[in-house]
Design a protein around this ligand. Structure first.
Ligand code: ZN
Length: 463
């Protein structure tokens, strides 16, 4: 049974599913007005790993993540650059998917766009007005949070204390500072849609509730996002579902921030200016490994030295892959536990990784088990137990594949001749044939590789 921390209950509990064997999950996606930042990279990696793990365990996953393509920031950039909003959104959505491909994040099954769901949002808002849980002001339509008795459930605070701490934003005609915009009236130079309560555009909190219920249906299994989305975004999504008398997510899960120097990352405060910049400068797998090495609810630091450390660990994986000629997994392919043979050492490893992952996605434990097994596989091969070592190495590869981490990828992709030379050089060094080892090293250097002697064999990287 997979267990996961539930934000509402404040404890780890069984992920009980609406339909046995099927997971329906909604992950709040990007607003496409700029290059993705490191926080975006973390959220997509954390939930990509969860999705892959559920699949690996034999569950059928319906994964929905939206694209917000109408919003204040998109409009601001379009006006600044004298472009249309749709042009800005299209450009940055392309950047988004390019970055996701490089990160090895599999595409969601559905990626609803806010602008394709305007009609459903208008219907929902009209029904709220009919039932007096929303009201009209001079700048739009607002939701009355006092109409939802348990408002504050996700924030973990009752309405009164939230109200006391709330900043006053938006219209001063609001009945409470916590009331939020469902609809913003049309302004000159802004995109708008006709509606019975006035031309305008939807508020952000309304799009996710409409899209999640449309694509996943009532009582879907899992709604996720960063800690910063718990309140007000997720609170307000849930409040609207409650007000519409629809059962919403059964389970809420939230992941931690990306920190720099002990502070929550903001755009002006980091070494890598964007996720795209990080992916340009480093092995794209390094960020996935870094994310895997931390628990998803903990904050992570991303600095050049932490990334470099992850890259060194990747070298050990690449060396293993070359030594045992393992196939490349991950990317758009999902691994299934049922398609691998688990026996002896592999079975023990599999059971330890499953126990870690099913206990609130404990990836740092799982990864530690896998690196320990890597050392064991190399040792077994050194001691002449080639067949068992190879079986264990294949299992390590499959389990990393289940977490979406490819061995031998990105800048480390090599050709067949290079692979063969590395294996020959490792064999030469093992038999202390230094002349051959040096000759093969020179040959690799001539082929454009930097060659180093790692703890478990030859490590190569592009010069
Ligand atoms: Zn959302």
């Amino acid at each position: 049974m997979i267990r996961l921390y539930d934000t509402v209950r404040g404890e780890v509990r069984d992920l009980t599913l609406r339909s046995p064997g099927r997971v329906s999950m909604y992950v709040c996606g990007p607003t496409v007005y700029d290059l993705p930042h490191l926080g975006h990279g973390r959220f997509t990696l954390v939930w990509d790993v969860a999705r892959r793990w559920f699949t690996f365990q034999g569950l059928s996953v319906h994964y929905v993540s939206n694209v917000t393509d109408v919003d204040d920031n998109i409009i601001a950039r379009a006006n600044l650059e004298s472009r249309t909003e749709s042009d800005v959104a299209a450009q940055y959505e392309k950047e988004w998917w390019d970055a996701m491909t490089r990160l090895g994040v599999a595409r969601p099954d559905d990626t609803p766009h806010a602008t394709h769901y305007i009609e459903g949002m208008i219907d929902l808002i009209a029904s709220f007005l009919d039932r007096d849980v929303a009201y009209v002001t001079s700048d739009g339509v607002y939701f009355d949070v006092s109409s939802v008795p348990d408002y504050g459930l996700l924030a973990g605070q009752p309405l009164e204390s939230l109200r006391a701490g709330a900043r006053v934003e938006g219209s001063d005609e609001k009945r409470s500072p916590l009331d939020f915009a469902l609809w913003k009236n049309a302004k000159p130079d802004e995109p708008s849609w006709p509606a019975p309560f006035g031309d305008g555009r939807p508020g952000w909190h309304t799009e996710c509730v409409v899209m999640a219920l449309d694509l996943l249906g009532e009582g879907f299994d899992l709604h996720t996002g960063g800690f910063d989305l718990k309140f007000p975004h997720h609170e307000n999504e849930r409040a609207q579902a409650e007000a519409a008398h629809k059962s919403f997510a059964r389970h809420w899960a939230h992941h931690g921030f990306v920190m720099v120097g002990g502070e929550k990352m903001s755009k002006s405060l980091h070494n890598f200016t964007s996720l795209t910049d990080l992916l340009d400068k480093t092995d794209p797998r390094a960020y996935r490994l870094l994310v895997l090495r931390s628990h998803y609810r903990s904050p992570i630091e991303v600095t050049p030295s932490i990334i470099a450390d992850a890259e060194r660990a990747l070298d050990r994986l690449d060396t293993l892959a070359r030594r045992f000629q393992l196939s490349v997994l991950g990317g758009d392919n999902f691994e299934l536990a049922s398609s691998h043979a688990w026996e002896d050492e592999s079975l023990e490893l599999y059971e330890r990784v499953v126990a870690s992952m099913n206990d609130d996605l404990n990836t740092p434990f799982a990864v530690a088990e896998l690196f320990e097994a890597l050392t064991a596989a190399n040792l077994m091969a050194d001691e002449g137990h080639g067949a068992s070592a190879r079986r264990l190495a294949q299992s390590i590869n499959a389990l990393f594949g289940a977490l979406g981490l490819s061995l031998l990828a990105g800048s480390h992709v090599t050709d067949e001749v290079t692979e063969k030379l590395v294996i020959e050089r490792d064999a030469a060094r093992l038999s202390k044939n230094w002349a051959d080892a040096d000759r093969i090293r020179d040959e690799l250097v001539q082929r454009g590789w930097i060659v180093e002697d790692g703890a478990s064999g030859t490590v190569i990287r592009r010069s």
